[in-house]
Design a protein around this ligand. Sequence first.
Ligand SMILES: CC(C)=CCC/C(C)=C/CC/C(C)=C/COP(=O)(O)OP(=O)(O)O
Ligand SMILES: [Zn+2]
Length: 415
Amino acid sequence: MAETNNLRFMRDNFEKERYSNDNNATLSSEEQCQVEEDVAKCFKRFKNIAESYPEQPVLQKDMHVKFLMKGLESLSESYECLDASRPWLCYWILHSLDLLGVVISDDKALKIANFLGKCQSPTGGFGGGPLQEPHLAPTYAAVNALSILGKYTEEAYDVIAREKLQQYLKRMHTPDGGFKMHLGGEVDIRGAYCAASAARLTNVMTESMFDKTPEWIVSCQTYEGGFGGCPGMEAHGGYSFCGLGALILLGHEKLCDIKSLLRWTVNRQMGFEGGFQGRTNKLVDGCYSFWQGGAFPLIHMVLSMDRDVSLSAEKWLFQQEALQEYVLTCCQHPAGGLLDKPGKPRDYYHSCYCLSGLSVAQHFAAGPIGHSVVVGNQTNNELKPVHPVFNISTEAAVKATQHFNKLPVPNTDSV
Ligand SMILES: CC(C)=CCC/C(C)=C/CC/C(C)=C/COP(=O)(O)OP(=O)(O)O
Ligand SMILES: [Zn+2]
């Protein structure tokens, strides 16, 4: 049977856990049977995957491109069920294709940019669809998507009404430094990250727009080391990424306890599967390959500023190969697209974050040093590198930054 190291490890440990697990001692015999049945089902599923995989796991690029292109074709017509997330769909699909090295036509790029323009509010920011109220999450997604499209046509960059965007971001800022997700909406750490990312990428950031924000973000770091959505909430990978990403964008990364964040994040990678869980005692999920895995380049950057810390010059501080094996062997749908875990449906969100995490795990790039660690055939499996703060390709991030940094920072203080 052809197995990767990780799958062999997974199988051996599964057997060990199955027979040494005495947590079941308090269960009734019926419950015990159910647990046995679930474990056997799950084991069979992983075993089937292991058996059907070749020695070297293969990234099924062509199948993923087919799935993503199908989504791209229908972007402006369908997805009624995700009617409030249309800029997200644009971003997830465009970013996934970008990482896979797919070039889309200039025509297509312009069409999508114009569609995103229709999602932009006359008062600044982007809504989940045309004529919808602006919201910070689709604003972040639209800015990222337009920055990717700017590789094809500069008209995509020009869709963003930068002055209005600055005004909108200012309106979402609260006196204690947090950001509302939308007018009258909840304040959480996603808001701070979405606002900082959009402001930084488009060069509309001013210090006063983020008054007290670094302190507010730091107040979300929990006793575990990760960040919660708002002060007092449980640490979670999605929120931790937002917290550290926003602090870095604001230049105040030193305010957080980076070593406890590192300890917490490292312990979210599960030895059994190789993938990451989002929070303590929960299940591994492919999307955390980025939300947790993507934190390592950021943590590395912060630690490298500390003279007392000596870091590896070739690897991030997690098991990069094990994560790649999890994504490649457990998160690919045979008909294209990626997913949470075996048995779950494929979708564009998981496709985006599984591929983003896979890219982080393949590329070590600290300062001038670049180093690839690609599991399987490098020519086939290697993705384009991601910019870990914005989560668009480094190529798209550099081009967009160069474009917007030539423009003056708007001054809307008196408006
Ligand atoms: C920029 C931006 C909008 C970032 C979003 C970040 C993100 C993914 C946050 C996760 C929020 C959360 C508490 C999920 C728990 O879901 P669950 O209970 O279904 O999953 P779990 O069991 O894995 O925790
Ligand atoms: Zn997920």
